[in-house]
Design a protein. Structure first.
Length: 433
């Protein structure tokens, strides 16, 4: 299947603004790309690299973490100017097309990474390339949201998109496990020699993205072109990014939101990233149990994002975020103090309900706080501020855990980030809806 390219011309009926088709196409894109981080970054390919290619699992985990960190730096550096360029040039679909094409290419190339040390660096480069492309493509994808949903429905559509992503990642991961990783005889005649059944999970994400990514290009109305040349847009975008950062004091509501969301999002990301280590180290879960636990957590996160989507439009994005963060703090505290595995699993799944709404409502609030015509720029800053503090949570977890020799204390320290982010969010005044 050929990837979607930036120059591809699609013949289709003219998409209608705010129509059900546009909402469906927009949400389906999240379904299309979410399997890549789920399968590559989190579950299958990351473990394949650490256990089959790297010199030892500990070294492999460290090298994979370094790759993720470098990808995050690239995303932080490129997000603000690309967001500004999206506002200046319009035609967001072109940016999305380039991003999903790179993601499809990266997923396909993973197939060639055989379980030998010589393939280690190429696999790291290819995997990181896909992560960067996916995240940068989300800038243009998010910029389409105001054209997909009217102001009164931005919250629920944003939530539906997050929910679609969770479910898409879950379904594709399940398919990879059932069809490729676990069976004695994987499908399509794929053998287990040279870990072919694991390597095939990469192309699976590529096929998935190609199959479900194209409806966005048919059904969603693009941001109108401005006619500005790329070179001019790049130069002006970089200048605009600097001016926006310098002048954030003139938009205090946006500044407080960017600061608050960076803090509590880092808390949420750290809890999710360290949750598997906590479950394995504190409660002794094995690999299969951790996979089932992770899939179950995706289910509750998706349900939460879909359910709270209505609440976002009813009580507002800020209140939805605050309610969700309070839920994270409450159930996170329970997770830290319980000693029963059953109680841990139950509380963790309940906590997952509040993960999706926190992320979805944050996207909604970013749209509502964005000045007219600057949605892309705001999402560029949103990505920059989020990535700028991503080291805080993992570092805090490591330092407290090492100092106290307790994962419970380490996880408990992350709850402080949620409290600080919640406190900063109280300074934000949401615009009248």
């Amino acid at each position: 299947m050929l990837p979607i390219t930036a120059d591809m011309e699609v013949t289709a009926p003219k998409p209608s603004r705010f129509g059900a088709g546009a909402i469906f196409g927009w949400c389906l894109y999240d379904w299309a790309i979410s399997p890549y981080p789920t399968i590559v970054s989190t579950f299958i390919i990351s473990n394949y690299y650490a256990k089959a290619i790297a010199s030892d699992p500990t070294t492999g985990s460290a090298e994979w973490s370094l790759m993720i960190a470098l990808a995050g730096i690239a995303i932080a550096l490129f997000s603000p100017p690309l967001g500004a360029i999206a506002d200046l040039m319009g035609h967001a679909k072109r940016g999305i097309a380039i991003a999903i094409s790179v993601l499809i290419l990266a997923g396909g190339l993973i197939w060639f990474a055989k379980p030998y040390p010589a393939y280690g660096l190429p696999l790291l480069i290819v995997s990181g390339m896909g992560i960067v492309a996916m995240e940068l493509g989300m800038l243009f994808y998010n910029a389409l949201l105001p054209g997909v949903a009217p102001p009164s429905r931005i919250g629920r559509v944003s939530g539906w998109g997050w929910a679609s992503g969770y479910v898409g990642g879950l379904v594709c991961l399940g398919a990879a496990l059932v069809l490729l990783v676990q069976p004695e005889h994987p499908v399509f005649g794929i053998s287990k020699a040279e870990a072919a059944n694991y390597r095939a999970a990469g192309p699976l994400t590529a096929v998935w993205a190609a199959m479900f990514g194209w409806p966005l290009f048919l059904l969603v109305k693009d941001i109108p072109k401005t006619g500005l040349k790329l070179t001019v847009a790049v130069r002006q975008g970089l200048a605009d990014t600097w001016h926006t950062l310098r002048d954030l004091r003139k938009t205090p509501q946006l500044a407080w939101f960017l600061a608050a969301s960076a803090i509590y999002r880092d808390g949420v990301t750290t809890i999710l990233a360290m949750g598997g280590l906590y479950a394995g180290g504190t409660f002794g879960m094995n690999f299969n149990e951790l996979i089932i636990f992770g899939m179950s957590l995706n289910v509750t996160a998706g349900l939460g994002a879909a359910t709270f989507a209505w609440l976002d439009d009813w009580i507002g994005s800020k209140r939805t975020i605050m309610l969700s963060v309070v839920g994270l703090i409450a159930f996170g505290t329970g997770i830290v103090v319980v000693h029963s595995t059953a109680w841990f699993v139950g509380l963790a799944l309940a906590l997952g309900i509040f993960v999706g709404p926190t992320q979805a409502a944050s996207r909604s609030l970013a749209v509502r706080l964005a000045p007219e015509g600057q949605v892309g720029k705001v999402f560029g800053l949103y990505a920059l501020t989020g990535r700028a503090v991503t080291f805080v949570g993992p570092t805090l977890f490591y330092w407290v855990t090492e100092s106290t020799h307790s994962q419970r204390a380490g996880l408990g320290s992350i709850l402080v980030l949620l409290v600080l982010g919640l406190a900063a969010l109280t300074r934000v005044k949401e615009p009248a809806r």
